[in-house]
Design a protein around this ligand. Structure first.
Ligand SMILES: Cc1ncc(C[n+]2csc(CCOP(=O)(O)OP(=O)(O)O)c2C)c(N)n1
Ligand SMILES: [Mg+2]
Length: 561
């Protein structure tokens, strides 16, 4: 199947699975893959197709069908002014909360803005009148399975958004569908199987709404793992209570609010990164709360098609970057169902073994490394402290190395994970926090927001201690692909980005008490002095990359057969 044909067929198949019973089409050539897929679906009795010459009439017909049935109804157009004719019906669907799906076919990006025939700016055409709009990537050869997940997840999301399953506010959705020649099929349509298969039993890719209560299963309880990413604090805490009531293990990012759980395991990302162990302890179900953003092993688990992934986010957010969620919801499931006895204990025992190995590695290094710093800062803070974590390695080191504590307030700007504005965020949070405040951020993150150290004339600066592991640049890249030997020639210049500045002098020039510490003992003392203060620890990018590799090896060793 050529890519455009596959795209049209998968889209229509998933629309039907998601509850679409009527579709409206206005003719054109760019929309040929969808038009033919719709005609085929009609031939097989899977939906009713309505064809209208005028897109405006087509759109209002779809509006009427959707309004009277309560079901989402797609209207498909070709590119150009055809798409503009849907606007009036989209406005009406917005104001009256009707699940109308505007599917506008488009030229691929290389033809836009070039004078190509029948081409207008279609992305964002309906402005704020739609609940959600996406400019869908062009179908390509060679990425069949990944595109299948993307397209099916996309359609499921469009339907759930249009029907207000997460938000409670139904309304129109716009998918702009770029298509490249050839637009017509090379062969008769066959089954959508192999890389093009949908979920088994004709189910939709993703179902939405309140989660089903867990029900007893004949083979025992599903082994459920709770993964809590960055989340509003109340949601993270509620996830922790649910996990504790159900005896589920918890892999919680530091800023999740779920470190209070009894089941919060230390070094969850390390455990999930140990393939042999995970094969034996693979969960049947992962309940994902909030947005996990920190580790590749967690992302890999969420992309595993053999694991049932259910997400819970703050409405109306969508959090399924792996295009794998089977259920999405804005509320947590109710407590219930049988307990998978021994399941949480197995995770805790493994985490205990990994923790011992981690401590041996960290304590075996002389001086204060970045990894040790992350672990020790978390351990040293007085109860009730605020801790703000900068993006890049510091937040990841805390995630994989620190012992979770439920008595700290931990914050991180994980929304978009920038290294910008972190000092200012910490100062703002510290000003309203009742108790001592600390921040841990890399040297580039620190330099990025130096003016955040300056207060207004006569203003009090808060009790904030900013701890900076200074590895003279962006050390995270040494732990990722750019750090590989084959990129060594340009590493320092374009990734490592050394600045060579003395951060103590820089902080002092801006009026902050500042010092370098070199030992765990000096660190403890510095943390007890109170702020405003900057504490600098000199670290080394290469050593950090080597430690990260050593941690993975040690984890595999202690969890191995
Ligand atoms: C505003 C912004 N610009 C660029 C990036 C890309 N980026 C991610 S990590 C990083 C390096 C950060 O260096 P540092 O704060 O010293 O932490 P380290 O990697 O050394 O732990 C950069 C530039 C980003 N996340 N945000
Ligand atoms: Mg750095």
């Amino acid at each position: 199947m050529n890519p455009s044909t596959a795209f049209g067929r998968v889209l229509v198949d998933e629309l039907v699975r998601g509850g679409v019973s009527d579709a409206v089409l206005a003719p054109g050539s760019r929309s040929a893959p969808l038009a033919l897929a719709l005609a085929d679906a009609e031939r097989h009795g899977r939906l009713r197709l309505h064809v209208r010459i005028d897109e405006r009439a087509a759109a209002f017909l779809a509006l009427g069908l959707a309004k009277a049935s309560g079901r989402p109804v797609p209207v498909v157009t070709t590119s150009g002014t055809a798409a503009a004719h849907l606007h009036a019906a989209v406005l009406e669907a917005d104001a009256s909360g009707v699940p109308l799906l505007a599917l506008t076919c488009d030229r691929p990006p290389e033809l836009r803005g070039t004078g190509a025939n029948q081409t207008i700016e279609q992305v964002g055409l309906y402005g704020r009148a739609v609940r959600w709009g996406a400019d869908v990537g062009v179908p390509e050869n060679g990425r069949e399975a990944a595109q299948n997940r993307y397209w099916r997840s996309l359609v499921a999301r469009a339907l759930l958004t249009a029907t207000g399953a997460l938000s409670g506010a139904p309304g129109p959705v716009h998918l702009n569908l770029a298509l490249r020649d050839p637009l017509l099929p090379d062969e008769e349509p066959g089954e959508l199987d192999g890389p093009w298969a949908g979920r088994s039993d004709g189910r939709p890719w993703t179902v939405g709404g309140p989660p089903p209560s867990p029900r007893p299963e004949s083979h025992g309880a599903p082994r459920t793992l709770v993964v809590v990413g960055d989340a509003p604090p109340a949601l993270g805490r509620a996830a922790a209570s649910l996990a504790d009531a159900c005896h589920w293990p918890v892999v919680a990012e530091p800023s999740s609010g779920a470190w209070i759980s009894d089941g919060a395991v230390r070094g969850g990302a390390l455990l999930l990164g140990a393939p042999g162990w995970l094969d034996a302890q693979r969960p049947d179900r992962v309940l994902v709360v909030g947005r996990p953003t920190l580790s590749r092993p967690v992302s890999a688990l969420l992309a595993d098609l053999d694991v049932r992934v259910e997400t819970v986010t703050a409405s109306p957010r969508w959090a399924d970057a792996a295009h794998n969620a089977e259920h999405v919801s804005a509320v947590l499931p109710a407590v219930g169902g049988p307990l998978a006895e021994g399941w949480r204990a197995a995770w805790q025992a493994a985490a205990g073994r990994v923790g011992t190995a981690v401590d041996a590695l960290l304590d075996g290094q002389s001086g204060l490394t970045a990894g040790r710093l992350a672990r020790d800062v978390v351990a040293a803070l007085p109860p009730g402290s605020l801790l703000v974590l900068g993006s890049s390695t510091p937040v990841r080191d805390v995630d994989r190395l620190a012992v979770p504590r439920g008595d700290l307030r931990i914050m991180a700007n994980r929304g978009v994970a920038g290294i910008d504005g972190t000092i200012s965020t910490a100062v703002g949070a510290a000003l309203v926090h009742d108790g001592p405040a600390f921040a841990l951020m890399g040297d580039l993150t620190f330099l990025h927001d130096l003016t955040g150290l300056l207060g207004g004339d006569g203003e009090r600066m808060p009790d904030l201690t900013v701890v900076v592991p200074d590895n003279d640049g962006g050390g995270i890249f040494a732990q990722l692909e750019p750090g590989e030997e084959r990129h060594a020639r340009d590493y320092r210049r374009v990734f490592g980005t050394p600045h060579g500045r003395d951060l103590v002098a820089v902080a002092a020039a801006l009026g902050w008490a500042a010092e370098v510490v070199t030992s765990p003992g000096e660190l403890r003392t510095a943390l007890s002095l109170g702020g405003p203060r900057v504490v600098v620890v000199r670290t080394d990018q290469r050593a950090e990359a080597e430690l990260a590799a050593a941690l993975r090896a040690a984890t595999a060793r202690v969890l191995g057969p």
